[in-house]
Ligand binder design. Structure first.
Ligand SMILES: Cc1cc2nc3c(=O)[nH]c(=O)nc-3n(C[C@H](O)[C@H](O)[C@H](O)COP(=O)(O)OP(=O)(O)OC[C@H]3O[C@@H](n4cnc5c(N)ncnc54)[C@H](O)[C@@H]3O)c2cc1C
Length: 298
């Protein structure tokens, strides 16, 4: 049974940080609560929660909102539903991030679950970090020592582990405006549609004059952290986007996977499905798959 002694709902980031900085208070952050309140591991030693939802972090902004920045900025408390339904995010690399949010769990969970929580939990199976990584996102952390901006590629250090220090909160994600030619694909394989992934694959491609000049292939749920399949990327770059090239790249994605077996799937199944998910994401990125529009249902 949950034994929460106090519930704090600060109005300012500084107030939240000072609450979290008090040693021995047994305080932790809560955003949507969809990981925190269902995972007993997170609640060990937790006596008080600090709710982030009044900090004004449930926003998504682009160049037209702030002409002084070249970044698309998503506040940590933006919900999966907000991310999935944002026309700005839907327009980013064929909407890979919007799609990943749209296939996260069920409508009820998507109304509560936040982008910041999905990253802060650092679960290898999380759906939004791989697209954020493919888009070269930066994560902004605020804590007792001040504010720091870190490439998301340096954030995850293991299952449920990250570089986030005690007392630090994720305030936002910054996404550099991608190459206008960038197209993407996201494909998740789960046991049922609202279960977490057995594997997810995210791809971005920039094709110029019929040649792939830049490729990014990310896999989720098949290693202790989201991983980049660099050999698959090398197999794509400099090539024409053909089915044979995609099949070859997908075979390298299979080799990159380092999955575990659990109640959802065996390691061997996950490894093989890494290739299937990567291939389908590649076909999406090349416009050779039915255009997915999950976000309409989110
Ligand atoms: C039935 C069910 C199905 C699910 N299906 C999926 C799925 O398909 N795909 C998927 O990716 N996830 C899934 N999840 C997991 C969960 O919904 C997501 O990880 C969600 O994004 C977590 O966000 P939250 O705001 O609810 O986090 P919370 O539960 O509030 O917090 C999670 C952790 O992150 C910390 N935290 C939260 N926000 C911040 C912040 N801004 N800064 C610092 N620390 C923070 C909290 O202290 C806690 O440790 C599912 C969960 C359930 C219960």
């Amino acid at each position: 049974m949950l034994k929460i002694r106090a519930y704090h709902r600060p109005k300012h980031i500084d107030e939240a940080i000072s609450l979290l900085s008090e040693p021995d208070a047994g305080r932790t952050v809560i955003a949507g609560g969809t990981d925190l309140l269902v995972n007993p591991r997170y609640m060990v030693g937790v006596r008080e929660v600090v709710d982030l939802r009044d900090l004004g972090l449930a926003f998504i902004s682009g160049l037209e909102d702030d002409p002084s920045t070249s970044m698309i900025v998503i506040g940590a408390c933006a919900t999966m539903r907000q991310v999935a339904r944002s026309p700005l995010i839907q327009g980013l690399a064929s909407g890979i991030l919007a799609r990943s949010a749209a296939v996260c769990a069920s409508p009820n969970i998507r109304n509560m679950a936040t982008l910041g929580g999905n990253t802060a939990s650092a679960l290898p199976s999380a759906d939004t970090p791989p697209p954020l990584l493919a888009l070269d996102a930066l994560v902004v952390l605020a804590g007792p020592q001040g504010r720091r901006i870190v490439p998301l590629s340096e954030f995850f250090t293991g299952p449920a582990r990250s570089i986030r220090q005690p007392g630090e909160i994720i305030t936002e994600f910054q996404i550099p405006q991608p190459d206008a030619a960038m197209r993407g694909g996201f494909y998740k394989i789960g046991r049922v549609s609202d279960d977490i992934a057995m594997v997810n694959a995210t791809v971005t491609l920039v094709v110029r004059d019929g040649i792939i000049v830049q490729a990014r292939v990310m896999l989720g749920a098949v290693a202790p952290t989201p991983i980049r399949a660099s050999a698959a990327e090398a197999a794509l770059e400099g090539q024409q986007p053909s089915e044979a090239v995609f099949q070859q790249a997908a075979s390298f994605a299979v080799e990159a996977a380092r999955p575990i077996s659990d109640h959802r799937a065996s390691a061997d199944y996950r490894r093989r499905m890494s290739g299937v998910a990567a291939l389908r994401a590649l076909r999406q990125a090349a416009g050779r798959a039915p255009q997915p529009e999950e976000w309409h249902h989110a």
